[in-house]
Design a protein around this ligand. Structure first.
Ligand SMILES: Nc1ncnc2c1ncn2[C@@H]1O[C@H](COP(=O)(O)OP(=O)(O)O)[C@@H](O)[C@H]1O
Ligand SMILES: [Mg+2]
Length: 580
């Protein structure tokens, strides 16, 4: 039978995994420190298992399994259903921890570094899951592209895409690339899963019953592709009921007996791929990171908008409340400042018969006091004029034919608390009116203080209450998002994703939510101010004095910043829930 487009050797273009391994070693030095072992030396097995035992509680699956698979070898793991084939492959992939024994994969000891540095190992391993594990919200092509981006983000996107298309074509799925997993038959899904594992040319391939759902003709293609991967130098381990492969060895489970394989081909020497230039790799890394983090985060955000909506709404309301409260705060501060300004003046009434020399002496004495900021002389006529300007006092003034207002010195204190002392200084002076020497507001300070405390307390209380409500709403919807994406994150982690690839899209999602909520609140505040200023400027300046365009600009900027910060924080919070 002729199988058109079967060979994948043609895909071995620039930058396969083995190429970037050298670059990756330098770049991921901290991660490398976690590895307990030397690099895989040539001739050394890529997979080595000794005395491996695994049991789930009391159920022992297998005991004393030993196996070594070198580059270019294909080993088939056989056994009846429930004999532990999947369990063995999962152990080799770091999904399970061995009960006993040691596991070395690509020169790294899995039994010791379980969990830590697993991503590094998994990027070297292609895994074909028995239950496919495709990401349901990505198309067939996107599933393969994602795996390639994860395993080698320094590969240019154009190369990644071409490879993904070629491998789909090789599995006669070229026409189904745009279909979502749910739109594919089980056989087609399994072929996509095979394509995903093969596309990156991993040095180790683990295939868990890779042809169970596939028709005979396509199963033949898959078998040939796996054999070819081994022929090109990969270590291939296939779990299967029967050994229908040209294998080098067969491992029978659960006994762990090793049988000779049949017709195993000698491994060919694979061509060393060309290593792309550094700038190309860096550029590709940036582009792939952008796709993996920003684009995928925004895409998830749009897709999960229904789940995000409650968080978005409560964040926007919280921000709106903060914005309004800060405007009220500005207005209160403005009123307070004006009241303090008025209250810091001590009016020293001059005696009607005061000699100009005495007045000058009193003025000089007060001006010399460090607590006094300035002194203004007010003549009787001026006082009358000023009184006429005020509604109540003007009527009072008109009752009398003579001027009832005495001349005075308006002494401005530097600090509001000093008005009493300054008044005492003037009292008893020959120039001051003996019966009614001064007029000032002695309680202004404590009154202002009390007002500030009450207004601040009410504001803080409201804010805290709303913060609490908003926190629970946001946390709830983050949990919903995390739950919705649990499977996705799990699979991405199984593909060997680095931490930032997992966390990044979440942060982008949070940032988008926060920014949107902040912008919404800012728009309401700015729009409200614009309308008020346009149509009810007089009322507005009375209700919120001092909250002018400058204050509005600060509030808008503050809301946008708060949106971004809170968004990122809630995203990280959601991610932590996911890990737990
Ligand atoms: N996570 C698990 N918890 C408990 N038992 C498990 C778990 N995974 C597998 N098993 C049990 O281990 C045995 C081997 O399973 P598995 O490796 O899936 O078999 P196979 O792939 O050969 O059909 C089965 O009896 C199965 O029920
Ligand atoms: Mg199985």
């Amino acid at each position: 039978m002729r199988l058109p487009g079967l060979s994948l050797s043609g895909l071995r273009g620039m930058g396969s995994r083995s190429v970037t391994r050298a670059a990756g070693a330098a770049q991921s030095a901290p991660e490398q420190d976690l590895q307990t072992a030397a690099p895989a030396a040539p001739g050394r097995p890529l997979v080595e298992v000794t005395g491996l035992a695994k049991s789930f509680g009391k159920l022992g699956v297998f005991d004393e399994v030993s196996l070594a698979v070198g580059p270019g070898e294909l080993v088939v793991v056989t056994g009846s259903s429930g004999s532990g084939k999947t369990t063995l492959l999962r152990l080799l992939h770091g999904q399970l921890r061995p009960t006993r024994g040691s596991i070395w994969v690509a020169g790294r000891s899995l039994h010791r570094l379980w969990r830590r540095g697993l991503g590094r190992v998994r990027r070297d391993v292609g895994f074909i899951f028995q239950d496919f594990r495709l990401l349901p919200r990505l198309t067939a092509l996107e599933n393969i592209i994602l795996a390639l981006q994860i395993s080698d983000p320094q590969l240019p996107y154009s190369v990644i895409r071409r490879r993904a298309l070629e491998v789909l074509e090789a599995l006669s799925l070229g026409h189904r690339g745009r279909a979502y997993p749910a739109q594919l038959s089980a056989g087609e899904q399994q072929r996509v899963a095979v394509a995903r594992a093969l596309a990156g040319h991993p040095q180790i391939l683990l295939a868990d019953e890779p042809v169970t759902a596939i028709d005979a003709q396509n199963a033949h293609i898959v078998v040939r592709l796996l054999e070819e991967a081994a022929a090109n130098g990969a270590a291939v381990i296939v779990a299967s009921h029967h050994n229908t492969y040209r294998s080098h060895r067969e491992l029978r489970l659960p006994e762990g007996k090793i049988l000779p394989g049949h017709r195993g081909r000698k491994a060919g020497v694979s061509a060393q791929p060309v290593r792309p230039r550094l700038w190309r790799r860096l550029l590709a890394l940036c582009a792939n990171s952008f796709r993996l983090v920003v684009l995928s985060g925004l895409r998830s955000w749009r897709r999960d908008l229904r789940l995000i909506a409650p968080a978005l709404g409560s964040m926007a309301l919280l921000f709106l409340l903060c914005g309004l409260l800060s405007l009220v705060g500005v207005a209160v501060a403005d009123v307070g400042a004006r009241a303090a300004d008025q209250a810091s003046v001590v009016r020293v009434y001059l005696a009607p018969d005061a000699a100009p020399a005495d007045v000058a002496a009193l003025k000089a004495r007060l001006a010399a006091d460090p607590r006094v900021e300035s002194i203004r002389e007010v003549s009787a006529e001026q006082a009358l004029r000023e009184a006429n300007g005020r509604p109540g006092l003007g009527a009072l003034a008109s009752l009398s034919t003579s001027n009832p207002f005495p001349a005075s010195l308006d002494v401005r204190a530097r600090r509001l608390t000093d008005v009493g002392t300054i008044a005492a200084l003037a009292k008893g002076d020959p120039a001051a009116d003996p019966s009614y020497p001064t007029s000032y507001d002695p309680d202004a300070y404590s009154r202002l203080q009390r007002m500030g405390l009450i207004v601040g307390g009410i504001g803080a209380g409201l804010l805290l209450l709303f913060l609490f409500v908003a926190y629970s709403v946001v946390a709830n919807s983050m949990r919903a998002i995390a739950t919705a994406r649990r499977e996705e994150v799990l699979v991405t982690r199984l593909l060997g994703a680095r931490g930032w690839m997992l966390r990044g899209p979440f942060v982008v999602q949070g940032l988008a939510t926060g920014a949107f909520a902040g912008a919404l609140a800012a728009a309401v505040v700015a729009g409200g101010w614009f309308l008020a200023d346009r149509f009810a400027a007089a009322t507005y300046s009375q209700v919120l004095p001092g909250a002018g365009p400058v204050a509005i600009r600060f509030v808008v900027a503050g809301l946008l910043t708060a949106g971004l910060v809170l968004g990122a924080l809630t995203a990280l919070l959601g991610f932590r829930r996911l890990r737990a």
